[in-house]
Design a protein around this ligand. Structure first.
Ligand SMILES: Nc1ncnc2c1ncn2[C@@H]1O[C@H](COP(=O)(O)OP(=O)(O)OP(=O)(O)O)[C@@H](O)[C@H]1O
Ligand SMILES: [Mg+2]
Length: 268
């Protein structure tokens, strides 16, 4: 049964989409079945995987607003065993269109439920806001993965986000865990990056992933080629760091019975 992870942070440009795509691809290249859900009207995950604007293509908009089955909107990607539920700019209107809808925070959860048995992990790329779309993602998820850019005031941002998650546990999803805090765009030549990383680790301890994503130009270039970094430049530091993160994410899933891939010693 797929373990559902939301990649979320209300702050923009911290590496959510880069993480969602490249973690999804790393997991898929390890032979796991992965669904990436693009829940952002900017549709950056969709375009980064090589899907151009195509008004007739079904998207998560059809699923959330028109309650069409998610299975009809799935797309195969260039990575075998990685499928995409694409986004579309129409999604920007979803919050308004759903304003009076019943159970409007639970539409994504309901749509993903029948698909979960087909995957080991479902990753959801969230928009940079705590809007109805992010609430749908958090309500549908087992855990949240929080990318944090190694910069000044990073600590304050993450504390706010963790407070928000506490409120979401009370209202929408009591089971929601933090899968981990991920340091992104780390530059080991700067004192600031090192200081921010040290502060986050001393404050949040083991909630911070051991894997750190370096600032790496290959990660920024790959989307314009419509490929995850593992296909664009598999030997790059960016690719290697996401492969390492994938190992930690798998290990976290294996601690939760019924979520994520089966352990090999359980498979027989
Ligand atoms: N580790 C990295 N090294 C270099 N560039 C990066 C790295 N991670 C992300 N970027 C670049 O930084 C920009 C923002 O990253 P990304 O789109 O992943 O952030 P985001 O949190 O999804 O943004 P938004 O909040 O707008 O959805 C992009 O141009 C991306 O290519
Ligand atoms: Mg994004």
């Amino acid at each position: 049964m797929g373990r559902v992870l939301a990649v979320a942070n209300q702050k923009g440009g911290v590496g959510k989409t880069t993480t969602a795509i490249n973690l999804a691809a790393s997991l898929a290249l390890k032979g796991l079945k992965i669904l990436l859900v693009d829940c952002d009207p900017q549709a950056n995950a969709t375009s980064s995987l090589g899907f151009g604007k195509e008004p007739s293509r079904k998207s998560i908009y059809n699923v959330l607003v028109a309650t069409e089955s998610a299975a009809t909107a799935l797309q195969k990607t260039s990575v075998e065993s990685l499928e995409l539920l694409p986004s579309d700019k129409n999604l920007a209107g979803a919050s308004v269109e759903l304003v009076d809808a019943e159970n409007r925070e639970f539409r994504l959860k309901k749509a993903l439920e029948p698909l979960k048995p087909n995957y080991d992990f479902v990753l959801i790329d969230c928009p940079p806001a705590l809007d109805l779309l992010t609430l749908n993602a958090l309500a549908a998820s087992d855990a949240v993965l929080i990318p944090i850019q190694c910069e000044y005031l990073a600590l304050e941002g993450v504390s706010e986000l963790l407070d928000t998650l506490m409120r979401i546990r009370r209202s929408l999803n009591p089971q929601l865990e933090v899968d981990g805090i991920l340091l992104t765009m780390y530059d080991d030549r700067t004192t600031l990056s090192k200081q921010v990383a040290a502060d986050l680790r001393s404050f949040f301890g083991t909630q911070v992933f051991q894997s750190v994503i370096p600032r790496n130009v290959r990660l920024a270039e790959a989307p314009s080629h419509g490929k995850p970094v593992q296909q664009y430049d598999p030997a790059s530091r960016g690719a290697l760091s996401y492969a390492q993160l994938a190992e930690e994410v798998i290990a976290n899933g294996q601690k939760r019975p019924g979520q994520g891939p089966e352990r090999s010693d359980q498979a027989a």
